[in-house]
Design a protein around this ligand. Structure first.
Ligand SMILES: NC(=O)c1ccc[n+]([C@@H]2O[C@H](COP(=O)([O-])OP(=O)(O)OC[C@H]3O[C@@H](n4cnc5c(N)ncnc54)[C@H](OP(=O)(O)O)[C@@H]3O)[C@@H](O)[C@H]2O)c1
Length: 284
């Protein structure tokens, strides 16, 4: 089968489009005929060799995947709810081969039924990205209805899911977005939008927030200053794991960093939200 792989760490030039053996599913695994795999920032870091994720070389990137079930490994029976031909999406284990190939191997528990309201290739843009947004807002941020959140970096892929999920949960969403992403962030449901290219976010936030979610590549000093928009006892949550998340002990403002984890039940819920029209997958 055809696959994109890298045999050494480096820039995009290390990617090779080449032949490799079609993989066979082992016990508890499923072979997926790939419709698409998404490209995330961490794919760049893994290919560059600067993320602490132990990949074996050569490696097929693309841990977010959509496709159809092609073969079931031993022990993958009725309990898994998967049959050959089913349309599925999944967040594959990052250290294993991904979906930038004609076929990918997935642990059965990594796969859920794909949304029916978006084209199957587009649905590969959902799994780890929407899970990241969920984990930032609700698992670490513990946001509840009536609270306020500032989502810095809402213009990106995680950000637009975060805006939509927070808004749907009854949270008041203050979002930053450049003119490039303003319309999409507005469509996702932001209550207030601050153009970070022309406005100082620190002074533009009129009322402190319960939670600051940072998704943007800002410098650490800037990030530390932004903690000032969080109320006493509030939370700072960041996905930008390459720098420490600042808090403020003197005011009881806690700091937490997201390391996205697979969660099959949550992913199924996110699929339902896509199918009910509550969550838009970009490109559809
Ligand atoms: N830790 C984890 O488990 C995990 C999981 C997923 C992602 N991540 C990380 O989370 C971050 C967000 O992911 P993503 O995929 O959404 O990235 P992305 O698509 O690149 O989004 C980041 C957005 O930030 C905005 N931005 C850029 N500079 C800004 C600034 N100075 N102030 C405010 N906003 C600014 C940009 O939108 P505009 O300029 O248009 O506003 C950009 O689209 C990335 O660093 C990614 O690596 C971590």
């Amino acid at each position: 089968m055809k696959a994109v792989r890298f045999h050494e760490f480096g820039g995009p030039e290390v990617l090779r489009y080449e032949e490799m053996d079609q993989p066979a599913p082992g016990a508890g695994e499923v072979r997926v005929r790939v419709a698409a795999s998404a490209f995330n920032a961490a794919d760049d870091g893994m290919r560059g060799g600067f993320l602490p994720i132990p990949v074996e070389l050569p490696h097929v990137p693309g841990y977010d995947v959509s496709g159809t079930v092609d073969a079931l490994g031993e022990g993958v029976g009725d309990g898994a709810g998967l049959e050959v031909g089913d349309a599925v999406i999944g967040f594959l284990p990052m250290e294993r081969d991904g979906g930038a190939a004609e076929y990918a191997i997935a642990p059965a528990e990594a796969l859920v039924t794909a949304p029916t309201t978006v084209p199957l290739p587009d649905a590969s843009a959902l799994p780890s990205v929407a899970l990241t947004a969920w984990q930032a807002l609700f698992d670490l941020g513990e946001l509840t209805a009536g609270q306020r959140v500032l989502i810095n970096g809402a213009g990106g892929v995680v950000g637009k899911y975060a805006v939509a999920l927070a808004r749907r949960a009854g949270v008041h969403v203050v979002a930053t977005a450049s003119p490039r992403s303003d319309a999409a962030v507005r469509a996702a449901g932001a209550d207030e939008i601050i153009d970070h290219t022309t406005t100082d976010v620190l002074t533009a936030v009129e009322e402190q927030v319960d939670v600051l979610v940072n998704l943007a590549p800002i410098d650490p000093d800037r990030f530390a200053a932004l903690v000032g928009v969080v109320r006493d006892g509030g939370k700072v949550v960041s996905t930008t794991a390459f720098m420490a998340t600042p808090g403020d002990e003197s005011r009881g403002v806690s700091a937490a960093t997201v390391f996205v984890l697979p969660n099959r039940d949550r992913l199924s819920e996110l699929v339902s939200l896509v199918d009910s029209g509550d969550l838009q997958v970009e490109g559809t």
